[in-house]
Design a protein around this ligand. Structure first.
Ligand code: XUL
Ligand code: CO
Length: 441
C-alpha cells in the first residue's frame, strides 16, 4: 500500500513556542488535563465526507483539490480512501472517524448492488481497525438527502416508497455502525423540512419521522446496539425550514414521541449560530436536559448566513464549549467530530494537515482554558452567590414546595418593595475574568 502523504510525518507536539506549522502547539495527547488525558477529553474524530470526499466544489464552481486518491474506478477509490483516511488519522493522532454510508462507498445500479459494495468497504475498514485498535468509529449515519429520490425528504417524504427505501438504507448504515463498534448513530435531517406549507402535511411528516426513528431504535437494539442515537439540530439549509430547528425544538419532538430515552444531541457550532444561538447556548440547553451527546466542531462566519463549516479557530468559543463539556462530566459515547472543511483556496494536501492542526490546537486551548476556569472558580462562585436567595428563607420554601400563590402574596404584601434584594450581574467583570484566565495559561 502506497503512502499518500510521503512528505508529511507524524505530527509531533512541540509546545507553544514552536514555529513549526506541522506541529501541535497545544494538543499534547497524553497530557492530563482535568483528570483525563487530552485525547480522552477531546475524542477528536475525522469526518469522512469533508476530508476524504470534499473537493472544494461549491454552488459557483467545480472542485479545486483532487480527492480521487489516485483511482478512477469507484471501488478502488473507496478502498484507497480508507487507506488515506487511516494514514491521516495516524499522522494526526486522531483516534475516531465518522461516516455517511455513501462517503464510504457510493451508489451503484441497485440497492442490492450498493449494499454488497458497501459491505466490502465496511469489511475492509474492520480489517484496518483490527490491525490498529486505536482507531475507532465515533458514529455512523446514512446519506438520505443527496440522491433525487430524497428531493421531498426521506423520513418525511410524501411518498411511502421513499420512506421504505430510507428505512432500508438506515438499517444497513446501523449494521455497519454496529459492525465497526460505533457507539453513536446520527440523524441529521438532511431534507427533513419544508419549503412551503401550501403542499405540506406537517403533522404526518413529523409523525413519520418519529416512526422512522422508533423503527431504527427497535432494530438497532434487536441486534445488540447499546450506544446512543443523536439528532443533529439545524434550523435551515437545505430546506427553508428544517424540522430539527434547534435543541429546544428537538427536545419537544423527542418527548412528544417517547424517543427521549434513546436520543441525545449532536450539537454543531455552525448550526447553532444559523439558529441565532451561541454554540454554548445549544450545549447548555442539551446539558440541562440530560441530552448532551456529541459535537460537530466547526465554525461559521458571522458575515455569511450559511453553513460554511470552517475549521474552528475561535479559541473563545472553544473554551466556552469545553466548559460545557467538562460541566456535563465529559464525553461518554460522544466526541468532537470535525464537520469542517478547508477553504476552497486551501487546496494542497498539506492543507488537510494544517486545517486539522488548527482545529485540534484550538480545542486543546479550549480544554486548557475551561479546566482553568473551573479550578479558578471565580465564575462558578459568582453564579452560586447570585442565586443564594434560593438556599434559605422564602426561596428554599418555594423550592421545597411549601408555599403557593396565597402564601407568596402574603409574603410580598408584608415585604413591600424588593428592588433592594437585587445585585449587579457584573457581566463586564466576568468577561474580564474569562480573559484573565485565557491569557494566563
Ligand atoms: C450538514 C451536517 C451533516 C451531518 C451529518 O450540515 O452537519 O454533515 O453532520 O449528516
Ligand atoms: Co454536522
Amino acid at each position: 500500500m502506497s503512502e499518500f502523504f510521503s512528505n508529511i510525518g507524524k505530527i509531533p507536539y512541540e509546545g507553544k513556542n514552536s514555529t513549526n506549522p506541522l506541529a501541535f502547539k497545544y494538543y499534547n495527547p497524553d497530557e492530563v488535563i482535568g483528570g483525563k488525558t487530552m485525547k480522552e477529553q477531546l475524542k477528536f474524530a475525522l469526518s469522512w465526507w469533508h476530508t476524504m470526499g470534499g473537493d472544494g466544489t461549491d454552488m459557483f464552481g467545480c472542485g479545486t483539490t483532487d480527492k480521487t486518491w489516485g483511482e478512477s474506478d469507484p471501488q478502488a477509490r473507496a478502498k484507497a480512501k480508507v487507506d488515506a483516511a487511516f494514514e491521516i488519522m495516524d499522522k494526526l493522532s486522531i483516534d475516531y472517524f465518522c461516516f455517511h454510508d455513501r462517503d464510504l462507498s457510493p451508489e451503484y445500479g441497485s440497492l442490492a448492488e450498493t449494499n454488497a459494495e458497501f459491505d466490502k468497504i465496511v469489511d475492509y475498514i474492520a480489517e484496518k481497525m483490527a490491525a490498529d485498535p486505536s482507531k475507532k468509529l465515533l458514529w455512523g449515519t446514512a446519506k438520505c438527502f443527496d440522491h433525487p429520490r430524497f428531493m421531498h425528504g426521506a423520513g418525511t417524504s410524501p411518498s411511502a416508497d421513499v420512506f421504505a427505501y430510507t428505512a432500508a438504507q438506515i438499517k444497513k448504515a446501523i449494521d455497519a455502525t454496529v459492525k465497526l463498534g460505533g457507539n453513536g448513530y446520527v440523524f441529521w435531517g438532511g431534507r427533513e423540512g419544508y419549503e412551503t406549507l401550501l403542499n405540506t402535511n406537517m403533522g404526518l411528516e413529523l409523525d413519520n419521522m418519529a416512526r422512522l426513528m422508533k423503527m431504527a431504535v427497535e432494530y438497532a437494539r434487536s441486534i445488540g446496539y447499546t450506544g446512543d442515537f443523536y439528532i443533529e439540530p439545524k434550523p435551515k439549509e437545505p430546506t427553508k425550514h428544517q424540522y430539527d430547528f434547534d435543541t429546544a425544538t428537538v427536545l419537544g419532538f423527542l418527548r412528544k414521541y417517547g424517543l427521549d430515552k434513546d436520543f441525545k444531541m449532536n450539537i454543531e457550532a455552525n448550526h447553532a449560530t444559523l439558529a441565532q444561538h451561541t454554540f454554548q447556548h445549544e450545549l447548555r440547553v442539551a446539558r440541562e436536559n440530560g441530552a448532551f451527546g456529541s459535537i460537530d466542531a466547526n465554525q461559521g462566519d458571522t458575515l455569511l448566513g450559511w453553513d460554511t463549516d470552517q475549521f474552528p479557530t475561535n479559541v473563545y468559543e472553544a473554551a466556552l464549549c469545553m466548559y460545557e463539556v467538562l460541566k456535563a462530566g465529559g464525553f461518554t459515547n460522544g466526541g468532537l467530530n470535525f464537520d469542517s472543511k478547508a477553504r476552497r483556496g486551501s487546496f494542497t494536501p498539506e492543507d488537510i494537515f494544517h486545517s486539522y492542526i488548527a482545529g485540534m490546537d484550538t480545542f486543546a486551548l479550549g480544554l486548557r482554558i475551561a479546566d482553568k476556569l473551573i479550578t479558578d472558580g471565580r465564575i462558578d462562585k459568582f453564579v452560586e452567590e447570585r442565586y443564594a436567595s434560593w438556599t434559605t428563607g422564602i426561596g428554599k420554601d418555594i423550592i421545597d414546595g411549601k408555599v403557593g400563590f396565597a402564601e407568596l402574596e402574603k409574603y410580598a404584601l408584608e415585604k413591600g418593595e424588593v428592588t433592594d434584594s437585587l445585585s449587579s450581574g457584573r457581566q463586564e467583570m466576568l468577561e474580564a475574568v474569562l480573559n484573565n484566565v485565557m491569557f494566563n495559561l
